[in-house]
Write a protein that binds this ligand. Sequence first.
Ligand SMILES: NC(=O)c1ccc[n+]([C@@H]2O[C@H](COP(=O)([O-])OP(=O)(O)OC[C@H]3O[C@@H](n4cnc5c(N)ncnc54)[C@H](O)[C@@H]3O)[C@@H](O)[C@H]2O)c1
Length: 246
Amino acid sequence: MSGRLDGKVSIITGAGSGIGAATARRFHAEGAKVVLADISGAQEALAKELGDGALAVHADVSKGESVQAMVQSAVETFGGLHVLYNNAGIDGEIAAVADMSEEGWDQVQAINLRGVFLGIKYAVPAMIASGGGSIINTASMAATVAFPQMASYCAAKGGVVMLTKTAAAEYAAQKIRVNSISPGTIQTAITEHLPQDMITAIIARNPVGRIADAGEVASLALFLASDESAFITGSDYLIDGGYTLL
Ligand SMILES: NC(=O)c1ccc[n+]([C@@H]2O[C@H](COP(=O)([O-])OP(=O)(O)OC[C@H]3O[C@@H](n4cnc5c(N)ncnc54)[C@H](O)[C@@H]3O)[C@@H](O)[C@H]2O)c1
C-alpha cells in the first residue's frame, strides 16, 4: 500500500536520527510533505536525499520561539499542517535521584516534556486552520515501568502520556487527534549511549527476546498519522516486545 499520507503536511521532530529519521522516510514514501526538524544538523542530509516534498529545519524543541518558527516554516512552505510527530528526546543524566544534578533533571524535562507541550501549543492553531490533524507524541515504556537511574526520563515520559490525553480531550471537537507511542528498546543512538549491562538486562527480560528496529516504530506512527486511525484519540501505544507484561 502506498499514498497513505497523500496531501498531508507533516512535521517530525528529532528527524535527524533513529526513530525520527525512519519515520520521515516512511511518511515521505507514503506521499506526505515532510518537515524534518532537529537540533543536530543531521536532518539536512536526509532532507536532501528525500528531495521534493522534504524540508530541513533547525529547531530546538525546548524553546518556544524555535518551535513557533518550525510550525511557520511548514505552513509557509507546504500550505498547512496536518501531522506533528513530537519525537525529539534525550536519555539524559544516568544517576539515582539523590545523586542527580538539578541541571540534569531540568534538561530532560525541557526536551522530553516541555518540548511536547510546545509542539502541541504551536501546532494546534495551524492544524485547526488546516481542518484538523493528528499529533503523535513519543512517550516510552518508561512511562509504565521504572528504570532506576532514569527518574527524570521516566517522570517526563509519564507526563507525556497525560499531556496527550488532556490535549486529546481538549481538541477532539476541532478534529485534532492526539495519541502517544511508548517504545520499548529500539536500536538507535539513544540506546548506544546507555550502559551495555542495562541493554543486556532489558533484552534478557523481553519476551520477544530482542530489541527493535526504528522502522517498526515508524510503522505505528504512520498508522496514527493516517486517516486509518480516525476513531483513535487519547491513546498510548506500547511497542515493546512485551517487556511491560511481566
Ligand atoms: N531508542 C529507544 O530505545 C527509545 C525507547 C523509548 C522511547 N524513545 C524515545 O524515542 C524518541 C526518539 O529517540 P531515538 O531513539 O530515535 O534517539 P536518537 O538519539 O537517535 O534521536 C533523537 C533525535 O532528537 C534530536 N534532539 C535532541 N534534543 C533535541 C532538541 N532539543 N530539539 C530538537 N531535536 C532534538 C537529536 O538530535 C536526535 O536527532 C525520543 O523521544 C526517545 O526518548 C526511544
